[in-house]
Design a protein around this ligand. Structure first.
Ligand SMILES: Cc1ncc(C[n+]2csc(CCOP(=O)(O)OP(=O)(O)O)c2C)c(N)n1
Ligand SMILES: [Mg+2]
Length: 533
């Protein structure tokens, strides 16, 4: 058995069916080892797409996705995508080929400090040191990626180890479990005491806590205590348009429990006007440390802490107040004029009119991937989805198509929508070819305003209407590009054509690109005072 074979066997014992990859000299031994081993390779058109796919897999399945790329430049191409995964708290294992050990430090082909390059954007990174240990490397990487606050883990794989014969035949190791820190009972009691005394307590969740399994724990706790929870996973933070009027609830809260959520830019560092100046801040997180702004801070896995909090909360009587309903109502409240905008049949098409055409698909359990930019924000604000992935706290644009492809691999029976701007489409448009080759019929919906509108809007705000520069694009026929790649394509210029175009895209059974000429409007914002509108 070779090192590469042990590695693939270990992926198999960890339940991996698909490795998202872009080939290269140093990893071909792994490619070879996948043959007849029930571990498939999904070959992308750019390494960042492979890493985004592993991220998407991790977010959706809550088990690590795996990306495999080649050394040096291939490795570096994926680094930005690791930042997205890190900020989204997505469990993934990022494997890169690496120069052989005997040539280390001698100017080997594509030799560089890969671990050093990955370290700032991963939970852990190392170079594998022995062929016999490759299985344990993988098991450890999986365990670290999934434990505590989930995130990416990197292992560099020297080519000679992958090709080496093992000293003996050995079974591939199975999954490891790492113990995550639990909060002290006293801290749990103190946190419950403060919540019980609060008039308007609010829980803010980080991205991992907002995902299915952990979110279910949060909902159970909210049900028992009546303390409502809001998700903070947008780069627009407290101004996340998807929060709707609930943005205005945060400054009204007298106690804020940050559950797996850092006191960072997204929550304006806990300062006014986002928070009431006198609001007491509590924090539970794996790396929560004492700080001036935080009254009680517990360094613990927030999911484990929730189990303890819930058990202890059941022992007490909780006063019901109108506050939780108020927050829920605010979250459901959108500006009154949205109803009319969603029905307006004007050209160019209003982004909310596009949302109105997409919502019925989501109501029938389609999965939503929404990227950033103004159109992405409109989609995040205007669409309600049972399952949703967004670009997230990295604030990076470009991941929507790869995330959607990973979603389609993970959940092939669901319709998967990727909603993104025309500028953003260019980042990974070639992955439509990947979609065609692997038969992954995702539906991409481009809001084409012939602009990098988010930046254009910022230029208008900061420098004035006469000082917009360099952020124009063309109303390009991206749909024709998709057709050239073997996908389905449609251009939509009139609102009334939206629904039929989407129906045809779904019925085509192919990956599709619906290129919608939209009005380049600034995304909606809510602030204090927006509640009730
Ligand atoms: C990787 C990365 N590069 C650049 C940016 C800055 N940026 C944010 S939104 C945006 C414009 C996006 O344009 P488009 O996709 O057409 O969406 P629109 O805002 O026009 O709706 C840019 C350049 C970013 N957030 N991430
Ligand atoms: Mg645009």
């Amino acid at each position: 058995m070779t090192g590469a074979e042990l590695l693939v066997e270990t992926l198999r014992t960890h339940g991996v069916k698909t490795v998202f990859s872009l080939s290269g000299n140093q990893i071909l031994s792994i490619y070879d080892a996948t043959i007849d081993r029930e571990v498939g390779l999904l070959h992308t058109r750019h390494e960042a797409a492979a890493a985004h796919m592993a991220d998407g897999w991790g977010r959706l399945t809550e088990t690590p996705g795996v990306a495999l790329v080649t050394a040096g430049p291939g490795h570096l191409n994926a680094i930005s995508a690791l930042y997205s995964a890190q900020m989204a708290e997505s469990p993934m294992v990022f494997l890169s080929g690496h120069a052989p050990r005997a040539q280390r430090g001698r100017g080997a082909f594509q030799e560089m400090d890969q671990v050093g390059a990955a370290r700032p954007v991963v939970k852990a990174a190392w170079v594998a040191e022995s062929a016999d240990g490759l299985g344990d490397d993988i098991a450890r990487a999986f365990a670290i990626a999934a434990s505590g606050r989930p995130g990416p883990v990197h292992v560099s794989l020297p080519g000679d180890l992958l090709e080496a014969k093992l000293s003996d035949t050995r079974p591939a190791p199975g999954p490891l479990r790492l113990e995550a820190p639990r909060p002290a009972d006293a801290a749990v009691r103190r946190i419950l005491d403060v919540l019980a005394e609060a008039k308007r307590p609010l829980i803010l969740l980080g991205p991992a806590m907002a995902r299915a399994k952990r979110r279910a724990l949060v909902d159970r706790f909210s049900e028992i205590t009546g303390v409502p929870a809001l998700v903070m996973e947008s780069p627009r933070g407290v101004n996340d348009p998807a929060l709707h009027a609930a943005s205005a609830c945060l400054p009204e809260a007298d106690v804020v429990l940050l559950l797996g959520k850092a006191l960072d830019y997204a929550v304006r560092f806990g300062q006014a006007p986002a928070f009431a100046p006198g609001a007491r801040v509590l924090r539970i997180d794996v790396d929560a440390a004492a700080s001036e702004r935080v009254a009680i801070s517990a360094a613990a896995d927030p999911a484990l802490a929730l189990d303890q909090l819930t058990a202890a909360a059941r022992e007490r009587a909780w006063q019901r107040s109108a506050w939780a309903d108020e927050v829920a109502r605010a979250r459901a409240t959108v500006p009154a004029e949205w109803g009319a905008l969603a029905r307006e049949n004007r050209r160019p098409i209003h982004p909310l009119r596009v949302c109105a055409a997409l919502q019925p698909l989501l109501d029938r359990d389609a999965l939503l991937v929404a990227d950033g930019g103004e159109f992405g924000q409109w989609a995040q604000a205007g669409l309600e989805a049972g399952t949703r992935m967004i670009n997230g706290l990295s604030g990076s644009i470009g991941s929507a198509i790869p995330l959607a492809l990973a979603a389609k691999v993970a959940q092939p029976d669901r319709t998967v929508l990727a909603v993104l701007g025309d500028g953003t489409f260019g980042f990974h448009a070639m992955e439509l070819d990947t979609a065609v080759r692997y038969g992954l019929p995702i539906i991409t919906i481009i809001g084409n305003d012939a602009r990098w509108n988010a930046e254009h809007q910022l230029q208008r705000q900061h420098y004035g209407d006469t000082r917009t520069v360099a952020c124009e694009l063309l109303p390009t026929r991206y749909d024709q590009m998709a057709v050239a790649l073997g996908a389905h394509g449609a251009l939509v210029e009139r609102p009334e054509d939206l629904e039929p175009a989407l129906a045809r895209a779904v019925a085509s059974g192919k990956p599709a690109c619906v290129n919608v000429l939209i009005d380049g409007l600034a995304a909606p914002t809510y602030g204090a005072g927006a509640k009730g509108h």
